[in-house]
Design a protein around this ligand. Structure first.
Ligand SMILES: C[S@@+](CC[C@H](N)C(=O)[O-])C[C@H]1O[C@@H](n2cnc3c(N)ncnc32)[C@H](O)[C@@H]1O
Length: 227
């Protein structure tokens, strides 16, 4: 088994990054909840969020579903969420320090598995296995909402699209992502192509109901349903 903590991304183990994460990243959690409600995720629903980080989605979900399990391999990222849970006193959030591959699900299959900007930390072979495990903890008809850095360009076009992405952020920034961050992502992390990821979803026993690609070809968002 890979050491998931070692693959978790340098910045996610850095307490200073975890402390400023919510200032530089808006996970769009309210819109995500609205979309998921339209798809039938209601107050009776149970949810597992893999790579939950500081828990922007988890905290929003906690007010609209029955139970949320937040899974993250980084103690500092999950620690930020644990603070929010303590401060707000929410009772229906469980934080689990584990990875996609090491998490052991106890209890009934869930209605929703959520994962945003985290699966790219695993190499492709392990992504396929992790997706299989996510599908296993979903009830039939349950939803996987997956959102990640996934490339929807052809290999021969890589230089053009990656350079355009790099150029879209400043070289240096007071706050927010920089060119160095994006270079590090492409060089050291494991984002893959849509045409590699999508067959993995299908192999995992999921039907891809919706696939959206960003105009810059760097991000993909999926709604999948467990067969
Ligand atoms: C960019 S953050 C995204 C956090 C949150 N999902 C959001 O959208 O704001 C990526 C998160 O994935 C976590 N992560 C990385 N590798 C992981 C793994 N193998 N299993 C679980 N979490 C992982 C990191 O610790 C980090 O908190």
């Amino acid at each position: 088994m890979p050491d998931e903590l070692r693959h978790a991304g340098r910045e996610h183990l850095d307490a200073a990054h975890a402390a400023r994460y919510d200032d530089i990243e808006d996970a769009g959690a309210a819109d995500e909840i609205m979309l998921l409600r339209e798809l039938g995720i209601d107050e009776s629903a149970t949810v597992v969020d893999f790579g939950a980080g500081t828990g922007q989605f988890v905290m929003e979900a906690a007010s609209t579903v029955r139970q949320v399990t937040a899974v993250d391999v980084s103690p500092v990222m999950l620690g930020r969420l644990e603070q929010k849970v303590q401060l707000t006193g929410v009772q229906n959030v469980e934080c689990v320090l584990a990875g996609f591959l090491s998490y052991v699900h106890k209890g009934e299959p869930v209605d929703l598995v959520y994962s945003r900007y985290a699966l790219h930390h695993l190499p492709d072979f392990w992504k396929a296995l992790a997706l299989g495990m996510m599908a296993q903890i979903l009830r039939p008809g349950g939803i996987l909402r997956l959102w990640d850095v996934v490339y929807s360009f052809e290999p021969a076009e890589a230089a053009r699209w990656l350079e355009a992405w790099m150029a879209s952020v400043p070289v240096q920034a007071e706050s927010g992502w920089t060119r160095d961050d994006l270079e590090e992502h492409v060089r050291d992390e494991n984002s893959t192509f849509t045409w590699l990821l999508e067959p993995m979803l299908v192999k995992a026993g999921l039907s891809i109901e919706r696939a959206e690609y960003s105009e810059d070809r760097m991000f993909a968002r999926y709604i999948c349903v467990k067969n």
